[in-house]
Design a protein around this ligand. Structure first.
Ligand code: DAH
Length: 516
C-alpha cells in the first residue's frame, strides 16, 4: 500500500472530520469552528488535532491572548476618578493645601489620600514642601487632560474587555501604569488555537477521505450473526513506534536459582537449608576432611572472630567423627592417623560449600531420602572476571539401599539436560566421597568443557558416624557459572553489578522452560 493510503486507512473518524472541516474552510480553522461544523466536543477535536499534528498532517498554532477588564475597585476608580485626579482638582482651585487638610477638603478616605498623594508626586502633578502640597505647572496642564492610565480606565469602562494586543501606544503606557497599582485590572489569559493544513494534509484531502462510522467494539450479536464481516474498521500500524517501558522482573541470577529449585522439586527432592555461619565441624570434620587439610587454611576459608567458636552437636556424633579421623573408627578404615582436636572443630567459619547442609540433613533424617539445598558459600578468592569470594551452590543427596554411582550420574545428566546443557564426567577426588567425579559442561562457542561442580558417593567414614546405613549419592554444583553461560556474559561480576542498562535489556523470561 502506498504511504499516503496507509495514512488515510489509519485515520481515526474524528481526525477525518477535522480534515473535512479544513477542506471546506480554506485551510485554516479554530477548534471552535470544528466543534460547530462537526458536532464534536472540544476535547475530541483537540485530541484529533494533536494526533494529526503528530503525523504532520496539520499544524496547530498556539496564540496566547491576554484580555483586560476592570476589577470592582477598577470600576469604581473608572467611574469616580483616580484619587490623585480628585486631589488635583482640589489643588487647581486652592493652589496649595496642607497634607492634614487634604482628606476633609477632598472628601477622600485616609487610604485614598495616601495613594493619591503618592501618585500626585509620581506623576509630577504636585510637590510637597514641609507638609504643604502645591500644584506644579505640569499639574496645571493636566487639569484639563487625561493621563494614559485614565484613558485606559475609561475605555475599559466603556467596552468591558479589551485585548492586550489591540492597545495603541498611549493605552499601552496606561496599562503599564495601572498594572503597577494592585487589583485594578484583571488579566485573562486565553490560548487560541488555529489549525492549518500542511502539504501532506493537502495531499490527503486531494486523495479524498470518506467519513464513515467505524466499528471499535464488537457486540456478541455482531459476531454471532456474522455482521462483523461487513463492518468498516480502522487500520492499525502494527509496526508503529511504541514508548519504551521497563517492566519489573526477577534478577537473572535469582531466576536461574528459581529454575534450578523447580527442577529438583519436580524430581521429587525435599528442600533444606542450613546456616551460613557454620562450625568447622559441619563444614569439614563431619565430612572427613582432616584438620590439617589445605582447604581449611586461612588463605581459603573465612574464619569468624565473633562468635569465634560454635557449639558442637551431641557427644556421640562428635566422638565418632573424632575416631573416624584418628583411626577410621567404626568405618573399619585406618582414618587419617592424627590426634583430632575439638577446639579446631568448634571454630566458626563462613561455610565454604553447601555440603555442610547435606551433613546436617543426614544427621537428622533416615534414608530413603532425596534432599537438595541452594545457598551462598564463601571462599577467600581474589575477585576476577571468573572468581568471586561469595557465590551460590546447589547441593543434593539421594540416599537409599539401591542407590549407586550410576544413579548419581543419571541424576546429574537429567538435571543439566533440563537446563539445556550437555554434561560429561571426569574422575576427581574429594575427602568425603568415593567414587568421586567432576561435572563439566560443553560450551559450543568456546569449543571447550568447563568444570561446574563435584559429586560422589559419601564414604563410610562420613556415613557411619551419622548413623546412615544406606549408600548416599551426593553432588554440589556452582550456579554463577551456569548463569554466565546462560546469559552470555564473560565477567562473573556482572551478576552482582546491578547494571541497570544491562538488566533492562534482558528478556523477562530467560532460558529454557521447565516441563512438569
Ligand atoms: N563441596 C564440593 C565443592 O564445593 C562439591 C561436592 C563434591 C559436593 C562432591 C558433594 C560431593 O556433595 O559429593 O567443590
Amino acid at each position: 500500500m502506498e504511504e499516503i493510503d496507509r495514512i488515510i486507512n489509519e485515520l481515526h473518524l474524528y481526525e477525518k472530520k477535522v480534515l473535512k472541516s479544513l477542506e471546506s474552510s480554506k485551510k485554516s480553522l479554530t477548534p471552535e469552528d470544528v466543534v460547530n461544523a462537526q458536532k464534536l466536543d472540544i476535547k475530541s477535536v483537540m485530541s484529533a488535532a494533536g494526533s494529526l499534528a503528530s503525523k504532520d498532517i496539520i499544524l496547530v498554532i498556539k496564540d496566547v491572548e491576554e484580555t483586560l477588564s476592570l476589577s470592582d475597585d477598577g470600576e469604581n476608580y473608572a467611574q469616580e476618578g483616580l484619587p490623585e485626579r480628585k486631589l488635583l482638582n482640589l489643588l487647581q482651585q486652592e493652589g496649595s493645601v496642607h497634607m492634614k487638610d487634604l482628606g476633609v477638603k477632598s472628601g477622600l478616605n485616609p487610604s485614598d489620600v495616601k495613594i493619591g498623594v503618592g501618585w500626585l508626586v509620581r506623576k509630577k502633578w504636585a510637590k510637597i514642601n514641609q507638609g504643604e502640597v502645591t500644584i506644579t505647572d505640569n499639574g496645571k496642564e493636566m487639569a484639563d487632560n487625561l493621563q494614559e492610565d485614565e484613558k485606559l480606565l475609561s475605555s475599559l469602562l466603556e467596552k468591558g474587555r479589551i485585548s492586550l494586543n489591540s492597545l495603541d501606544h498611549d493605552l499601552q503606557q496606561g496599562f503599564k501604569l495601572l498594572k503597577s497599582r494592585k487589583g485594578l485590572i484583571d488579566i485573562d489569559k486565553n490560548t487560541a488555537h488555529t489549525f492549518i493544513l500542511t502539504d501532506k494534509g493537502q495531499d490527503i484531502l486531494a486523495k479524498g477521505i470518506v467519513i464513515q462510522e467505524e466499528a471499535t467494539q464488537l457486540t456478541h450479536q455482531q459476531l454471532k450473526l456474522g455482521e462483523w464481516k461487513s463492518l468498516k474498521y480502522r487500520g492499525y500500524d502494527v509496526k508503529a513506534d511504541y514508548p519504551e517501558f521497563n517492566p519489573g522482573k526477577m534478577h537473572p541470577l535469582r531466576r536461574i536459582i528459581e529454575e534450578i529449585r523447580n527442577v529438583f522439586i519436580n524430581l521429587g527432592f525435599d528442600e533444606s537449608k542450613g546456616p551460613i555461619l557454620e562450625s568447622a565441624f559441619w563444614n569439614f570434620d563431619c565430612l572427613f576432611q582432616p584438620q590439617d587439610h589445605a582447604a581449611r587454611e586461612m588463605q581459603d576459608t573465612f574464619y569468624i572472630n565473633n562468635p569465634s567458636h560454635s557449639q558442637l552437636p551431641d557427644e556421640n556424633l562428635v566422638s565418632k567423627v573424632a575416631q573416624a579421623h584418628q583411626d577410621g573408627g567404626v568405618a573399619g578404615s585406618e582414618g587419617w592417623g592424627y590426634l583430632w582436636e575439638k577446639e579446631v572443630a568448634r571454630q566458626s567459619v563462613l561455610r565454604t560449600h553447601t555440603t555442610s547442609v547435606s551433613a546436617r540433613f543426614l544427621a537428622e533424617n533416615e534414608p530413603p531420602l532425596k534432599m537438595f539445598s541452594v545457598g551462598k558459600v564463601f571462599r577467600r578468592e581474589t575477585i576476577t572476571y571468573k572468581h568471586l569470594p561469595e557465590f551460590h551452590q546447589v547441593e543434593g543427596i539421594v540416599a537409599g539401599d539401591e542407590i549407586n554411582f550410576r544413579n548419581l550420574l543419571g541424576i546429574l545428566k537429567e538435571f543439566y539436560k533440563k537446563l539445556g546443557f550437555e554434561v560429561r564426567f571426569r574422575p576427581a577426588y574429594f575427602p568425603y566421597t568415593y567414587l568421586s567425579t567432576e561435572c563439566e559442561i560443553y560450551l559450543p562457542e568456546k569449543e571447550s568443557w568447563i568444570e561446574l561442580g563435584g559429586a560422589g558417593m559419601f564414604r563410610p567414614e562420613v556415613l557411619e558416624p551419622l548413623g546412615i546405613e544406606t549408600p548416599v549419592a551426593a553432588f554440589g554444583l556452582g550456579i554463577e557459572r551456569l548463569a554466565m553461560i546462560r546469559l552470555g556474559i564473560k565477567d562473573i561480576r556482572m551478576l552482582y553489578k546491578s547494571d541497570i542498562g544491562w538488566l533492562r535489556k534482558l528478556p523477562i523470561t530467560q532460558g529454557v522452560d521447565i516441563e512438569d
